[in-house]
Design a protein around this ligand. Sequence first.
Ligand SMILES: *Cc1c(COP(=O)(O)O)cnc(C)c1O
Length: 367
Amino acid sequence: MSIPMVDLKGQYQTLKAEIDAGIQETLENTAFILGPNVQAFEKEAADYLGVKHAISCANGTDALHLALLAAGIGQGDEVITTPFTFIATAEAIAYVGATPVFVDVEPDTYNIDPNLIEAAITDKTRAILPVHIFGQPADMPAIMAIADKHGLKVVEDCAQSFGAEIDGKMTGGIGIAGCHSFFPSKNLGCYGDGGMVTTNDDEVAETLKQLRNHGSKVRYHHDIIGYNSRLDEIQAVVLRAKLKHIAEYNNGRRRAAHQYSDGLNAINGTTPPAEDGKGNHVYHQYTLLSERRDDIMKALQEAGIGCAVYYPIPLHQQKAFEADCQGVSMPVSEQISENCMSLPIFPELSEEQVNTVLDVIRGVMSE
Ligand SMILES: *Cc1c(COP(=O)(O)O)cnc(C)c1O
């Protein structure tokens, strides 16, 4: 039985009638850019996440870029972030002319370690950019306390955490802005690229609306230099259909993840990810640690089971950031990158499929 890392077909099959009808309607009414579905989706997403404003844009990378601009981060500023993330997090910092300053992560959640943040603050630090990696919320209460004490802004990278909660709040509504990605494989994914920024700040929301649409509030009146970064109407149709089921989808991921963790806890030599701490993990990825990662991956691949290393090289060791990271060492991130691997996870993953994956891992570890 082959098992993919992610299977997007199941959701399309169950939502096909609604999605097809919505796309067909858009083709006929031709409101392709910033049409009624984009507006409705922004309202529905803001309501779901419990935030005042949701401003959609072209992708998650743009969401980060525009949010940093709207938060006033720019040339010469330093932004504290995690090295254990997808490159887009730090690329966005570089796009606005700021410098990413990496702070190592916690060994069990893989998220930025709040205990190490203060030592990295300088007189150039303007913001902290935590990532809720793999769907596990970063320690926002601790991060917000540090930010408040030092007058820093917090921009959340929620690309992997749509619907995750910490301290009774959904990610994306805690810092000044939350940046979401709707890349197809994300917890809430569309059928192409899509992104969104959430905020409770009216001024930031207004600036974001301008930035995503060529700096204009009124057509052909451009107050600032903006960008062309809008969510497509057809993608908004897909997102509206899926948003209605996001809680159920995230619960499906959690069910599969807990089954994996129960199984791995009984296998020597594998360490499951931290489960819900102060928050609720929505398992964008299910990522475990093992010194025998390469053996496990080889056996899974031979059995036709998807697996991958997210992420093999932490950002402070990437060539692109060489200039900013001379002599920087991040031992926890480096160790995680050497030992981490991610297993198949998606809401429809069955109990039987999880058992098949666990059987292969058990087989390798008992050799
Ligand atoms: C996917 C992702 C992004 C970028 O989102 P895109 O929509 O692909 O541009 C940013 N940060 C993290 C942590 C991601 O996983």
